[in-house]
Write a protein that binds this ligand. Structure first.
Ligand code: NDP
Length: 459
């Protein structure tokens, strides 16, 4: 398409989930001439150092208890050792394959790719680290985010989530700092793989912002599964044990403990990757944490420049970045201004057990209106039969006024899969009575979502 005025109709900076989708759809479905620059690996955080390798590690770690449970069912299996090197090799092969798929998809859509870092020179010009300069009618920034360490002495002795996939060997002991998604997920993963895991969280309960009852059960189950969780605890100071150049890291906690750990991992949040790109110089507004400020159409204050995904720090999830990318293409290349709907996004935390959640927590909902809480917690059939104490939770937060299900919270194996489906009903704003009109699927854990007759409490 591109007229003579510009090299490209669209230049995308960042080859992660959001950027690649926008580039492919603009080029492949709307005939736009598109260039894309990526200075690391194609696929971005989700594919290379986030969701995908993390989920494969979740799968690996969950096999740990399969032998026990199978034996309780009458099998006679022997527990083997986990071979990290073999797993890591296979993981790397898979990531190479996926990166190849991403490159191929871009090529197949006719997108020109540049393995280079891009900075902005003006509202329509991008300078590449290869020395080239490209002009474009529209520029889309999809550079994602990066993990941050706390500002404290010796923080560089700790690793961050990007590093965990590259460990040469599994540590025997590990301290994970933080209580968010990443900290809690990796505490469970590493615990499952046989690492002795300690987790420090500075607040009163992990997974701040989620439903209190649900996060309480996740924490309880994590402790029961072997994670040594310390709440109200942070690192006071850390350094190499006995001042050595390598070896264990000695950590003093704010609660007076002193322990050595083979690895310390900070999962203390992620910041948007917007710095040193020349954005401020050309008038793009950047917020306190580095987020690019955009309107509902993902447009910055400079009309030709848009931004999507984690760099805008709205809802930092892959499917949201992809939707923002699609909405951007609709707005700019299909003449159909499309705001992104950020309401009622279901998500899952891949702890063990998983937590799936959509809509308001009990605490958020009761601040807004009177609600009824339908909730049940029980030992599911499969693990109860194997003599395990693990519990699950199914919870609905219902508006007293119009009976709409305002929130659904599930803590259970495969809660991520379950909440995807429950999310449709909550997004459609169905009422408790419409849930109840759905016949149960028996025997399942999730049948409880349509069979809870009486509220546990009103709030
Ligand atoms: P979060 O912001 O979720 O959690 C950061 C944690 O670190 C919080 O518990 C926070 O405590 C704590 N923290 C922050 N600063 C410090 C400090 N200086 N010292 C000690 N603790 C500190 O970030 P994550 O890195 O876990 O995840 C980033 C984002 O990635 C998530 O918000 C999510 O959007 C996305 N993500 C999604 C996943 C999924 O969908 N399954 C999986 C992984 C990531 P406090 O609560 O007190 O602020």
């Amino acid at each position: 398409m591109a007229g003579t005025e510009f090299d490209y109709d669209l230049f995308v900076i960042g080859g992660g989930s959001g950027g690649v989708r926008a580039a492919r759809v603009a080029a492949g479905e709307h005939g736009a001439k598109v260039g894309l620059a990526e200075d690391d690996r194609y696929g971005g955080t989700c594919v290379i150092r986030g969701c995908v390798p993390k989920k494969l590690m979740v799968f690996a770690s969950e096999y740990a208890h399969v032998v026990d449970e199978a034996n309780a069912y009458g099998w006679n299996h022997k527990q083997g050792e986990f071979d990290w090197t073999r797993f890591r090799g296979k993981l790397n092969e898979e990531l190479d394959r996926l990166e190849g798929v991403y490159r191929k998809m871009l090529k197949g859509s006719g997108v020109d790719t540049f393995d280079a870092r891009a900075t902005l020179k003006d509202a329509h010009t991008v300078a590449l680290s290869t020395g080239e300069t490209k002009t474009a009618k529209h520029i889309l920034i999809a550079t994602g985010g990066h993990p941050v360490r706390p500002d404290m002495p010796n923080a560089d002795l700790g690793i961050v989530s990007d590093d965990i996939f590259h460990l040469n060997e599994l540590p025997k002991t590990m301290l994970i700092v933080g209580g968010g998604y990443i900290a809690s997920e990796f505490a469970c993963i590493m615990n499952g793989l046989g690492v002795k895991v300690t987790q420090y969280y500075r607040g009163a309960q992990i997974l701040r912002g989620f439903d209190d009852e649900a996060r309480g059960l996740v924490a309880e189950e994590m402790i029961q599964n072997g994670v040594d969780l310390h709440l109200g605890t942070n690192i006071l100071e850390m350094g190499r044990a006995d001042g050595a150049d390598s070896g264990p890291i000695r950590v003093k906690s704010t609660t007076g403990h002193e322990n050595d750990f083979d690895v310390v991992m900070f999962a203390t949040g992620r910041d948007p990757s917007s710095r040193n790109m020349g954005l401020e110089d050309i008038g793009v507004s950047i917020g306190r944490r580095g987020e690019i400020e955009v309107n509902e159409y993902s447009q910055t204050g400079v009309p030709s420049i848009y931004a999507i995904g984690d760099v805008t720090n709205r809802v930092n999830l892959t499917p949201v970045a992809i939707r923002e990318g699609m909405a951007f293409v609709q707005t700019v290349f299909a003449g159909n201004p499309t705001p992104v709907d950020h309401e009622l996004i279901a998500s899952a935390i891949f702890t063990q057990p998983e937590m799936g959640t959509v809509g308001m927590s009990e605490e958020q909902a009761r601040d807004q209106e009177e609600v009824e809480i339908y909730c049940t917690s029980f030992r599911p059939m499969q693990t109860a039969f194997a003599g395990k104490p693990n519990r699950v939770l199914m919870k609905l937060v219902v508006s007293k006024k119009d009976r709409t299900v305002l929130g659904c919270h599930i803590v259970a194996p495969h809660a991520g899969e379950l909440i995807q489906l429950a999310g449709i009903a909550v997004k459609a704003k169905l009422t408790k009575e419409q849930f109840d009109a759905t016949c149960a699927v028996h025997p399942t854990m999730s049948e409880e979502l349509v069979t809870m007759r009486n509220p546990m409490r009103s709030a």
